[in-house]
Design a protein around this ligand. Structure first.
Ligand code: MN
Length: 197
């Protein structure tokens, strides 16, 4: 699907019942590209890794979350594009709604597309299409260069999210276990759940 299309995102949700943003199709363009990692306690707890591409957030569900250890290959299932303002969403999706459960902004920051082929820079949209991209992440918990490689095409494309070797690589750090509070509110998943929104 072309980045920026929110059709699937909207079709899956009933905005009368969920506090998630509907998403604007137009708006001011930011100067920097942002990324966000949600911790999402749906049927199965997972992390949603999202990269801004234009007015949308390209999204992957990562069951184990990102790792700063270059030895870890983290499965990332491509899911529907989300609206840019979803990056600010933290709260509870009500029972019975799509993706019901608590959502935390686990990490956020900016990123730079550093994908290259034959020493030439590859634009993010082309990198996504080709199934190979490299990004420099500047978040609070997750930093440095990560590679995303598509390993299976189809209706639900699968990718691997892997830390590349650089100064931020760390085989001993496991932030999904050791850093469990929201990057925006400092709340735990339990505290968000109790506050109901
Ligand atoms: Mn999710």
């Amino acid at each position: 699907m072309a980045p920026g299309s929110l059709k699937t995102y909207r079709k899956k949700r009933d905005f009368r019942n969920t506090p998630e943003p509907k998403g604007k199709s137009t708006g001011k363009r930011g100067t920097k590209s942002i990324f966000v990692i949600h911790n999402h306690a749906a049927r199965q707890l997972h992390y949603d890794f999202r990269l801004q591409v234009g007015r949308a957030l390209k999204s992957w569900a990562v069951p184990k979350g990102p790792s700063p250890n270059p030895g870890d290959k983290r499965m990332a299932a491509e899911v529907e594009d989300h609206p840019l303002d979803y990056a600010k969403f933290e709260g509870v999706i009500p029972k019975g709604e799509y993706g019901a459960g608590t959502v935390m902004i686990w990490d956020k920051g900016t990123y730079r597309n550093v994908t290259k082929k034959n020493d030439k820079e590859v634009p993010i949209t082309r990198a996504l299409k080709s199934g190979h991209l490299a990004v420099d992440l500047d978040g609070e918990k997750i930093e440095g260069r990560y590679a995303l490689s598509r390993i299976a095409k189809g209706k639900r494309p699968r990718w691997l999210l892997v830390k590349m070797k650089d100064a931020k690589a760390n085989a001993r750090r496991n932030p999904v276990k050791s850093e469990t509070k929201s990057a925006v509110s400092g709340r735990t998943m339990k505290q968000i759940e109790k506050q109901k929104g």
